[in-house]
Design a protein around this ligand. Sequence first.
Ligand code: ZN
Length: 135
Amino acid sequence: MRTETSLGNVHTGGCHCGEVRYEVCGELHDAVICHCNLCRKLHGHVSSYARIGKDALHLIRDEGLRWYRLSDQTDRGFCKECGSSLFWRPVRSEEVAITPGTLDGATGIATSGQIFCADKGDYYPIDPAIKVLDC
Ligand SMILES: [Zn+2]
């Protein structure tokens, strides 16, 4: 759900069970699909991320939130109760990314690109309508 406030657009979202709820107060970038093996392992298929500034993310309820250290560079945020994948956080960055599927209702964003196409699974095609980005 997106509502207009004096602060601009506010998006709300959360996990399936409700133990993690969040607001994004600020710009929500278009989503990028990642085909890498790591994302497919974590999500069960390709993943999609929408970048936001770290300051734009406000946790309303975080009882279920756990951070999984993927590498020395990134963490993944998920709900320990229902398993929803919610956040991806580079350790040394002022940005975090949310998984747009966890937003409530219409997001107002688009999918602007896809990355790690060469690493994709062999069980699905690449959508040629989505721009391939270098990363
Ligand atoms: Zn949950």
